[in-house]
Design a binder for this molecule. Structure first.
Ligand code: G6P
Length: 491
């Protein structure tokens, strides 16, 4: 907030994302609020609570359609209104083409190396273009000033920066890409690669999680577009517009709001074990994700099998509790991921389980942040085995939940978070045996070493928190605005 006040005085802030921060669902005739399982929302919502402004998103809950008129604009959060949520409504065809089709069957597998073949359909692309235009129109309609700071989020809106730039040339457009960016070879299979790249180059600043993704983006532009690239300053100039490409590793609120309502760790340990029928002295690992094929959920179940085979002393003394929120279930790749994970869990349970004890408990439903934090506090180990992940905020949330300075994080080397959380046990999720060994190591680690590692990770996340992430982007944007003003004055 202070960066905005001091460096960008009077600036209007607007966020554009597909997912809305509060979903209104209808349950037994009543409207119930849900917080979506989305790293993007986890990261950005605290920023908007602190800064205010307008957040434009797709209205997605089951209660929405009945409340369209009165609830187009909402003041949120409901208990302490701080910013405006403007929701846009999409038809089923738009949602199928733009969200399920182009964004999640095209861009998502294109950008993640998880070996799911991207699917590109001309009809999906048309909806993607149209929905980007619809959101760009909403930005222009909602903007109260000619030069707002527009925060564009993710792979759903690659075309929007250019569309907004054409109509609000003075806007400061900061686009953040929450998922990886592939190398030019992989990217080249997208039939609309030039449009995607030049759409993104409407941004003043384009952020990725890591330098590696920035380099992949610069290489892609170099290969497929006519423009000037200044590698030293990491800027791209095309069509009279300059874009700065930078890494901004995303993070979480510190301390997280969900922590303030948590009972002491000892109580969490007891209540979670009791709630899931797990023995009082059983060592507990937790996994928390959406049921996505990039998360390596079945792989970690195989790793539990490998652990129990190599170290039978854990039989009857260890359980993995896996929470997985169903997601994008209309797509077959997602249904298959869930099927495969359920089968893997069953196989390990059948092989090693006994009367009164299961090695894996799989709970396929959404959990609210407060419940997730209680699980984190109850656990001895948190297991994040993504096959490929831009950042992964579950790893950072686990660290944030442990104000007792205890608990072991086992983390995939293919998650952006492994670049920062160096004191985790870093694993290759494709190597089941190594993952089993890492689990064994985590479960056997002496308390002193666990605490030392956790303290270092907590220092890292505490310092590089979400306000630091947003502050760095806004400071870069402020510098850009000042430079622009000086140049205009000279001209
Ligand atoms: C990832 C994406 C987000 C998305 C989230 C949940 O974190 O980067 O943009 O919101 O997954 O996915 P969903 O499709 O349910 O919004």
């Amino acid at each position: 907030r202070s960066v905005l006040r001091n460096e960008l005085p009077g600036a209007e802030v607007m966020v554009i994302s597909n997912r809305e921060p509060y979903i209104h669902n209808l349950e037994d005739g009543k409207v119930v609020l849900q917080r979506p399982a989305s790293g993007l929302v986890t990261a950005l919502e605290p920023i908007m609570r602190a800064c205010g402004g307008t957040w434009i998103a797709h209205g997605s809950g089951s209660a929405d359609q009945t409340m369209v008129d009165e609830h187009d604009h909402l003041l949120v959060p409901p208990d302490a209104p701080a910013y405006t949520l403007r929701r846009l409504w999409l038809t089923d065809e738009e949602q199928d083409g733009y969200y399920y089709g182009f964004a999640n069957e095209g861009m998502w597998p294109l950008c993640h190396i998880a070996f799911v073949r991207p699917t590109f359909r001309a009809s999906d692309w048309e909806h993607y273009v149209a929905v980007n235009q619809k959101f760009a129109d909403a930005v222009v309609a909602e903007a109260k000033t000619p030069n707002p700071v527009v925060l564009v989020q993710d792979y759903h809106f690659a075309l929007l920066p250019k569309m907004v730039r054409e109509r609000l040339p003075e806007a400061t457009i900061i686009t953040f890409w929450h998922i990886p960016w592939p190398n030019p070879e992989v990217f080249s299979i997208c039939p609309w690669k030039e449009e995607i790249l030049s759409g993104l180059l409407g941004s003043s600043i384009l952020g990725f999680h890591t330098q590696f993704h920035c380099n992949n983006f610069l290489d892609s532009v170099d290969r497929f577009l006519e423009c000037h690239i200044d590698r030293e300053h990491s800027t791209i100039s095309a069509g009279g517009c300059t874009t700065q490409v930078r890494p901004y590793p995303i993070s979480i609120e510190w301390p997280p709001a969900a922590l303030s309502v948590q009972p002491p760790v000892e109580e969490c340990r007891k209540s979670v074990r009791k709630g899931f029928g797990i023995g009082r002295d059983t060592m507990l690992a937790v996994g928390v994700e959406r049921f996505d094929y990039t998360k390596g959920i079945a792989d970690r179940f195989h790793a539990v099998g490998s652990l129990l085979e190599a170290h039978p002393e854990w039989i009857g003394r260890f359980t993995l509790l896996q929470i997985a929120a169903p997601t994008r279930s209309r797509l077959s790749a997602y249904r298959e991921t869930q099927d495969e994970a359920e089968k893997a869990a069953e196989a390990v349970n059948k092989c090693f389980g006994r009367e009164g004890w299961l090695p894996i408990i799989l709970v396929p439903r959404h959990h609210e942040p407060e419940e997730v934090f209680t699980l984190f506090r109850a656990a001895d180990v948190c297991l994040v085995s993504s096959l490929h992940d831009g950042m992964n905020l579950v790893a950072k949330e686990f660290v944030a939940a442990r104000d007792d300075d205890d608990g072991v994080l086992v983390l995939s080397t293919f998650a952006g978070a492994s670049r920062e959380l160096r004191e985790a046990l870093i694993v290759n999720p494709y190597d089941v045996r190594a993952m089993g060994e890492a689990l064994h190591m985590g479960l056997s680690m002496p308390a002193e070493q666990r605490q030392e590692r956790m303290r270092l990770m907590r220092e890292m996340v505490g310092e590089n928190n979400i306000y630091f992430w947003a502050g760095r982007m806004l400071l870069d944007a402020a510098r850009m605005r000042k430079r622009h003003n000086i140049e205009h004055r000279i001209a």
